[in-house]
Structure formats: C-alpha cells, structure tokens
Design a protein around this ligand. Structure first.
Ligand SMILES: Cc1cc2nc3c(=O)[nH]c(=O)nc-3n(C[C@H](O)[C@H](O)[C@H](O)COP(=O)(O)OP(=O)(O)OC[C@H]3O[C@@H](n4cnc5c(N)ncnc54)[C@H](O)[C@@H]3O)c2cc1C
Length: 438
C-alpha cells in the first residue's frame, strides 16, 4: 500500500508538489480552500521563468535605496507600519540579510534550485504541452537607467556566470527558440541602441537607458494556466486520491499519536502532510508550534489585451530600477510590479494601481490596450533571505514547501522535485540541503 500524503494548498507550489510526489509513488490527496486551484499568489503573477536572474531583494545598499523608493510617488516600495510583531521581526531579519555576502550565498542556492526547476519543467513536456500554457523562451532584457548600476550589474554577472560576451555578438529576438536550450546560453551586454534593435517596443524607453543585459535562456508562461493543466494531469494519475475543497484549520498532535489535520469538514489523517499554502502557511505552521519567518509582500499586475496595432515586447523585459516586469503571454501583455508591506491584505489599493498605470504609459504607451487591462494584486510568501523553506520539520510526518517570494513560478518544479526526493530519503545537494527548516 502506497504511503498517503496530503498536500495543503493548490497553488503552483502545492500542485507541483502533488505531481512530483505522485511520480515518486506516493498516494496523494490535495486540499484547497478556494473553489479553483491557483487563485492565490499564482493567479496573475508576472509570468517570468527567471532561471538566471534570481538575486533576492535583500542586498547591500537596499536599505538606502528603499528610503529613496519610499519617497517616490510611483516608487516600487510601500511600507504600512502595523502593530504586528511579525512585520517588525521580518523587517529586522530582512535588514540583517542586506549584505553582499548573504546575497551571493542565497543567489548561488537559488541558481541551483532554478536549474533543477528548468530541467524538471522540461521533464513534464511529454504529459503537458508547454505551448498550451503560453510557454515561450524569448529571453529576457534587463534594462538599466543608471550607468553605474549597469556597470555594477555587468561586473556582478562576470563573477556569477561565465565571462561576458562582447556586445558586438550577433543576436536576434528569435535566436533562442528551441525548447529549453543549454542552461549556459550566453548573456549579451547591450548599448541602448543595441537593445532597441533587439526589441523595438523599447522605443519610448530608449532615451532613458544606460544599457541592457539580454539573457536568451529566460522564459515566460501563464502560471494560472499551468496550474489548471497540471491539475488535469494530477486528476488522471492512478495514485491521486482526489481534491478536497475544504479549509485546513490547524495541525494537531496528541501525545504518542500521529499528526492530524483539522479542517472545516472534519479531521484528516495521513502518513505525511505537506504544507504548501503560500502565505497562509504561516498560521497553519503556528498551530504545530513552528514560527515561520514569512511575510506577505503585496504586488500588482495588469493583464492587457494586445491587438494587431500594438507594439508589445516579444522579449520579456525587466525595468530593474522601477522594478516593473513585462511579459507577453499569448494575446496579452502581463505587467507586474510593486512590493507593499501592508499585512495580510490582498485588496487592490487604487493609488498603487494608478501608479502602475502611469508607469506603463510612460514606458510602453503603445504596447497594449491598457484601458481594458484586468488589474490584480497578490501576496508573495516571502522569507527575509529570499530562500524558500523545503524539507522535513521536527514533527514526524510534517513537511514544508513554501516561502518562494517573488520566484514561486520559476522555482516550483525544482522545489517539488527536491521535496519528493527528500521524502523518498534521497539526500539533497549541500546547497539545496540548506533550504531545510531549522
Ligand atoms: C505581482 C506578482 C508578480 C509575480 N511575478 C512572478 C514571476 O514573474 N515569476 C515567478 O517565478 N514568480 C512570480 N511571483 C511569485 C509567485 O507568484 C509566488 O511565489 C507563487 O505563486 C507562490 O505559490 P504558492 O503555491 O506558494 O502560493 P499560492 O499561489 O498563494 O497558493 C497557496 C494556496 O493555498 C490555499 N490555501 C491557503 N490557506 C489554506 C487553508 N487554510 N486550507 C486550504 N487551502 C489553503 C490558497 O487558497 C492557495 O490556493 C509573483 C508574485 C506576485 C504577487
């Protein structure tokens, strides 16, 4: 009889966990409180599969930059101080990680997990058509408006990856179209003119650019479509025990007995529970005595229709200074931005939405039909270091796969693969082993 696992949460992390556990031979049940899967942070995120540019927010110089961002009308950051010890504790821990040593260490770990994710997603291709989820590999352009920042980014790349490729290297927007090419596909360091030649949708931004980095290996896809497609595969798997539409209330452990889960429809038993409920994992873990260092970082997106007369970018674009990202997904342009520390509130703040609209009109005015764009806000489940927490806990039978912050879509497949390996008793690499809860 196969070991029974209940995965709590059917966002992109819970669904990928369920899939890789089924592949590993576990009998899996999914538990989701919403009517449909993928309606939390996974719903209308930026859609970037960012396999190389994984640097966490915490870095040297970020506290000073944050002060500047807070003063800007349309700045990327908002802080709403609350009488919430978790908010202040998280901020203090975040500040402690704002140094180049921690950033380099976390980036190296995330890079390894991202490469595992790339390979794991590719392994899904026979069952799940990547094209059906809007998957494309157009590469990514990182735009820099400041010469010093651009020079620093190029130098950091030289340390992190291979030696830079001269800017004269011939490239074209369609150069990287094979599915999941070599992970070491070379980055290109571009002048503003070269960036514009590569991506004509940068016409308005061009005068304000100092330079750009083009990474041909980065991809985009629709995270919500991926969740629905993967659920279809999960439902068809012979070891799938079904999806319960119910809310988990808390974990319980009576002396000498196995862990159980209280839900709105009764008590559940399983050999293992996997907590993958995004930001809501914090409250559920607290019921088992675990104080997870998670805080919600609210972000916004617009999904705007692209018509034949629009000049939408084909390449995925990140405006590094403004922290706005653009991804063409099917017949829509997805624009995502903002980091608001405002507690467990996923409502759309009209003034932040107005900021996002001003930013996109200023940067790419003709790219899409912004008047008919659908706005959305979601809560990134963020740890202070930017590293997710994946692995066992001190409670036999309780596993964690959470805290993926701004990279949950990118890292979901690798995280699920790692979790399944750990649950089978296979050791993680030294870097990935550090993601365990301690
Ligand atoms: C604006 C924005 C842009 C982003 N852009 C990108 C990007 O471009 N690339 C990228 O890689 N990542 C991006 N992210 C991050 C990514 O979206 C998240 O990291 C990821 O979606 C987190 O997935 P999750 O499954 O952990 O959480 P969620 O998607 O929130 O899923 C958690 C699930 O658990 C369920 N749940 C919660 N509590 C309970 C309970 N008590 N009982 C039962 N079910 C419960 C919820 O209903 C939900 O379905 C972005 C995020 C935002 C907000």
């Amino acid at each position: 009889m196969a070991t029974r696992v209940t995965v709590i949460g059917a966002g992109v992390v819970g669904l990928t966990s369920a899939w890789w556990l089924l592949q590993a031979g576990f009998r899996v049940r999914l538990l989701e409180r919403a009517a449909e899967p993928g309606e939390g942070a996974s719903y209308a995120n930026g859609g970037q599969l960012s396999y190389h540019y994984v640097s966490p927010l915490a870095d040297a110089g970020v506290p000073l930059k944050a002060l500047r961002w807070l003063m800007q009308r349309d700045g990327p950051l908002r802080f709403h101080p609350q009488a919430d010890p978790q908010q202040w504790r998280w901020l203090l821990q975040f500040l402690r990680h704002c140094n180049s040593t921690d950033n380099a260490r976390s980036s190296a770990i995330l890079l390894e997990l991202a490469q595992l994710s790339r390979q794991s997603l590719a392994s899904l291709e026979p069952q799940l058509s990547l094209h059906s989820i809007g998957w494309r590999q157009p590469g990514k352009l990182l735009l820099y408006r400041d010469h010093k920042q651009f020079a620093a980014a190029v130098a950091a790349d030289a340390n992190r990856f291979d030696a830079p490729v001269p800017a004269t290297a011939a490239i074209s927007a369609s150069a990287a179209c094979a599915i999941l090419p070599e992970p070491d596909a070379r980055r290109q360091y571009l002048s503003p003119d070269q960036a514009l030649a590569l991506e004509p949708a940068l016409a308005t931004l061009h005068p304000s650019l100092a330079g750009a980095i083009f990474d041909p290996g980065e991809a985009v896809a629709d995270c919500h479509a991926f969740c629905l497609a993967l659920l279809g595969q999960i439902r068809a798997h012979p070891l799938f025990d079904g999806m319960l539409q119910t809310q988990a209330l808390g974990l319980r452990k009576a002396a000498g007995q196995a862990l159980t889960l209280e839900t709105t429809t009764g008590t559940l038993e399983a050999d293992h529970f996997v907590l993958a409920a995004g930001i809501h994992s914090r409250a559920l873990a607290a019921s088992a005595g675990l104080a997870l260092p998670l805080y919600p970082l609210k972000g916004y997106s617009l999904s705007a229709p692209v018509g034949p007369d629009h000049r939408a970018p084909s390449i995925s674009v990140t405006d590094v200074e403004r922290k706005v990202l653009y991804a063409r997904i099917g017949d829509q342009l997805r624009v995502a931005a903002m980091v608001d520390l405002a507690g467990m509130d996923s409502r759309i703040n009209p003034s932040r939405l107005a900021s996002l609209r001003r930013l996109v009109h200023a940067a790419m005015p003709d790219a899409a039909d912004y008047d008919n764009a659908i706005p959305w806000a979601g809560l990134r489940p963020a740890t202070p270091s930017g590293l997710p927490i994946i692995g066992a806990t001190g409670h036999p039978g309780l596993w964690l796969n959470l805290g993926h912050g701004a990279l949950g879509f990118t890292l979901a497949c690798g995280s699920a693969h790692l979790l399944a390996d750990l649950m089978l008793g296979r050791p993680a690499s030294p870097a990935l082993a550090t993601l365990a809860w301690r």
